[in-house]
Design a protein around this ligand. Structure first.
Ligand code: MG
Length: 391
């Protein structure tokens, strides 16, 4: 379409909504505190292809509709008009207000979750081809039934469910409505009137959540979509560990064996960094500490690979309903220089925790010769883990 906003939208909201119960006209029933037709109009207005909106309601509801659309600051509404006895008559009443707009887009006020992108897509398609409807492919098997017996199974591959929005070149839609009225034909959507003229109607795949609110359970589902997502539950855990340096042991840090004349002494492989990370994870998940899960009195953990233990801790944390968001750490060591091994250590820790390496941070510092670590007697590590409730 050459000009960005040249379509007129007709939102039909003249239905009684008896299946939803209550006394309010269907379109005014609130969803998450806002009337259904206001949701629909606000979303249609978000399409840059829509220049203005005509809302069609029952005659006795015009004042209420105007008040609500103003109260909820619904943009682009140019008129609120009275509908007819059935949907087709209501659309025609709205079309009378479309004026010179080259394309008219029709939308049901009972579809409050319409995607503005789909509104734009049907308008663009109709402006090029004449007519377009939002639709979703059928995902279930459909049977033709006579009495209580299946007589045919329809080919699902060729069946789509038509929804609104539906857009048309305005002249074409006017002609289709006038022909239908002259012939006494009443359809359940506007596309069928255009199809009767022998004109093709193009399909635009709709967003799944654009449901039609008809029965109370639809209302609950629509409100679920509209409700703001709950705040994310986050937890933080702290871990600390230290091991003594002795000759004749390999130096394992973050799952990497680092060339060194001395290594860390311990019941397991004494990977002080992996141990600090495990305690941080267990702490954040409220699952105790590694001493409790892998006691040094248990021969099973003699010379254990701490990366394997970290894998087990990750499974425990995940099983408790937590997702690992990030782990930060710092190793306190006077020697050797650890920076060349950071990348490999991150990879090993991340793989064990089943997260991306970008979610693992490793830093190192000396203690400037101060204290036991400064005297090369041992290495220590601190870690902080951030977890998010899985859902
Ligand atoms: Mg330890």
């Amino acid at each position: 379409m050459s000009s960005a906003a040249s379509a007129a939208a007709v939102i039909v909201a003249a239905g009684r909504g008896q299946r939803l119960g209550g006394t309010l006209p269907k379109a005014f029933i609130p969803l998450a505190g806002v009337p259904m037709v206001v949701h629909a109009a606000q979303r249609v207005a978000q399409s840059p292809a829509v220049a203005r909106i005509i809302v069609v309601v029952r005659g006795e509801d015009i004042d209420l509709a105007r008040t609500l659309l103003t109260t909820y600051q619904t943009p682009k509404v140019s008129s609120v008009v009275a509908g007819g006895d059935h949907r087709q008559a209501s659309v025609l009443a709205g079309l009378a207000q479309v004026g010179s707009a080259p394309v008219a887009v029709i939308h049901d006020g009972a579809r409050p979750l319409v995607s503005p992108d789909v509104v734009t897509a049907v308008i663009m398609t109709a402006s090029q081809t004449g007519a377009a409807t939002a639709a979703v492919p059928l995902r279930e098997t459909v049977k033709r039934v006579e009495g209580a017996t299946v007589t045919q199974t329809l080919d699902r591959e060729r069946l789509w469910i038509a929804r609104t929005p539906q857009a048309f070149q305005t002249d074409l839609l006017m002609q289709a409505h006038h022909r239908a009225n002259a012939e006494g034909f009443v359809g359940t959507d506007d596309a069928v009137l255009v199809e009767r003229l022998g004109q093709g109607v193009r399909i635009v795949e709709d967003a799944p959540q654009n449901l039609k609110v008809t029965v109370p359970s639809d209302r609950e589902l629509a409100e679920m979509y509209l409700r703001p997502s709950p705040p994310r539950v986050m937890r933080t855990g702290l871990g600390y560990d230290t091991h003594r340096l002795v000759p004749g042991r390999p130096l394992r840090l973050g799952g990497v064996t680092i060339p060194s004349p001395r290594g860390l002494l311990g019941h397991s492989d004494a990977d002080v960094l992996a141990h600090a990370v495990m305690d941080a994870l267990l702490g954040a998940a409220g699952l105790g500490d590694i001493g409790q899960h892998f006691p040094s009195t248990d021969r099973a953990w003699k010379d254990a690979d701490s990366i394997e233990l970290l894998r087990r801790v990750t499974s425990m944390v995940n099983a408790a309903g937590w997702r690992i968001v990030h782990v930060d750490s710092v190793v306190l060591a006077e020697a050797p220089h650890l920076a060349p091994y950071f990348a490999s250590m991150r990879e090993h820790l991340a793989a064990a925790m089943r997260v991306d390496a970008s979610s693992v941070s490793i830093k190192a510092t000396t203690t400037e010769g101060l204290g036991a670590i400064g005297r090369h007697e041992g290495i220590a590590a601190h870690a902080v883990a951030t977890l998010e409730a899985a859902s």
